[in-house]
Design a protein around this ligand. Structure first.
Ligand SMILES: C[S@@+](CC[C@H](N)C(=O)[O-])C[C@H]1O[C@@H](n2cnc3c(N)ncnc32)[C@H](O)[C@@H]1O
Length: 331
């Protein structure tokens, strides 16, 4: 969740251009929120603490539940893809920030043939710094790497099973060049993930990325998590909150509805598209898990959770892969 209107007030600040500093700042927001939710037991992630400090300020219960549903939903789809392909695949996590999925998949013996991450060079430099100096993060990468030295400079890490690449997702030729240099294999079934990323690009830029992805791989799936139903008052407050922090939701036009989310996928060369809002996803979570997380913190205003969750969605699209059963993947 990028923000909750809980502490909102009307704002007159406006910025129409995408501000990369503001966008990069969302990496910190997402990782701080994930670390906080992990620290109070929403889910387990022994790695996130090595990338981000623990915030002194408590995050609101609806934010924590929102992050739980987001992480749960995305992970369910990732694991479904890995099962269908028997891990003979690659994953491209676009705008990965401080995401820790590579390490958690390794712990579960579910690593794909290669796991790639892309983010702005500045974010990648920060991530690589943590990896370099924290053995818990670097050891799994080194253990999986047969050669003596890892390829690592300030903005790129390349190893046998894991690559981190500093690139702008709006510059497709550069992105492709860097991925190929790290041995991206267009013949392998490929899962692309964008968790709260496309909304920071214009609709044209995100469509270019989606078209590039659908035309580059014969067998692929795209998971997109981001805002939806943004045309109402609650959505407007979310936009204003972010704008005040110099972060423009340049792609908000595509976040009108589940239909507009699916339509973008279908018009960008994807063959199937499905989408679910996060309240619906929350209501389908395993009951035992919901009881467990709901007992962690008291939430006095259920309506706030519902409103927030109705403004985020999980959308997934597939291309090819009928023989593997990719089209049957559902939440
Ligand atoms: C809200 S954060 C989400 C991070 C991560 N996906 C997660 O869910 O924890 C958005 C991320 O997308 C990255 N991002 C946004 N636009 C990008 C672009 N044009 N090129 C590369 N990275 C971008 C930001 O730097 C940031 O790390």
């Amino acid at each position: 969740m990028a923000s909750s209107p809980r502490r909102s007030s009307a704002s007159s600040t406006s910025s129409t251009d995408t501000d990369d500093d503001g966008v990069r700042g969302t990496c910190e927001d997402a990782s701080v929120c994930k670390r906080f939710a992990v620290s109070i037991g929403y889910w387990q992630d022994p790695y996130i603490q090595h990338f981000v400090r623990l915030t002194k300020e408590r995050k609101a219960p609806e934010i924590n539940r929102g992050y739980f549903a987001r992480v749960h939903g995305v992970n369910q789809l990732i694991k479904a893809f890995l099962r269908k392909t028997e891990c003979q695949c690659q994953i491209l996590n676009l705008g990965a920030g401080m995401d820790t999925t590579f390490w958690t998949l390794k712990d579960e013996d579910l690593l794909p043939s290669k796991y790639f991450e892309v983010d702005f060079p500045m974010i990648v430099a920060r991530k690589l710094h943590s990896i370099k100096f924290k053995p818990l993060l670097s050891k799994p990468i080194i253990d999986l790497h047969s050669e003596e030295t890892l390829q690592m400079d300030g903005h790129t890490l390349d190893s046998a099973r894991y690559a981190v690449i500093g690139a702008d997702l709006r510059d497709i030729p550069e992105l492709e060049k860097k991925l190929k240099k790290c041995n991206m294999n267009t013949q392998l079934p490929t899962l692309l993930i964008a968790e709260c990323v496309l909304v920071y690009m214009t609709p044209e830029q995100s469509a270019n990325l989606l078209k590039w992805a659908s035309s580059s791989f014969d067998t692929a799936m795209f998971i997109n998590y981001e805002q939806v139903n943004m045309n109402d008052r609650f959505g407007q407050i979310m936009i204003e909150n972010l704008r005040r922090r110099q972060c423009d939701l340049a792609g908000v036009e595509t976040c009108k509805s589940l239909e507009s989310q699916k339509e973008r996928m279908l018009s960008s060369g994807w063959e199937t598209a499905s989408a679910v809002n996060m309240m619906e996803l929350y209501s389908r979570l395993p009951r035992a898990e919901v009881s467990r997380i709901e007992s962690l913190e008291f939430l006095d205003e259920m309506e706030l959770l519902e409103q927030l969750m109705q403004h985020y969605c999980l959308c997934w699209a597939t291309k090819g892969g009928s023989e593997l059963g990719l089209k049957e993947i559902t939440y």
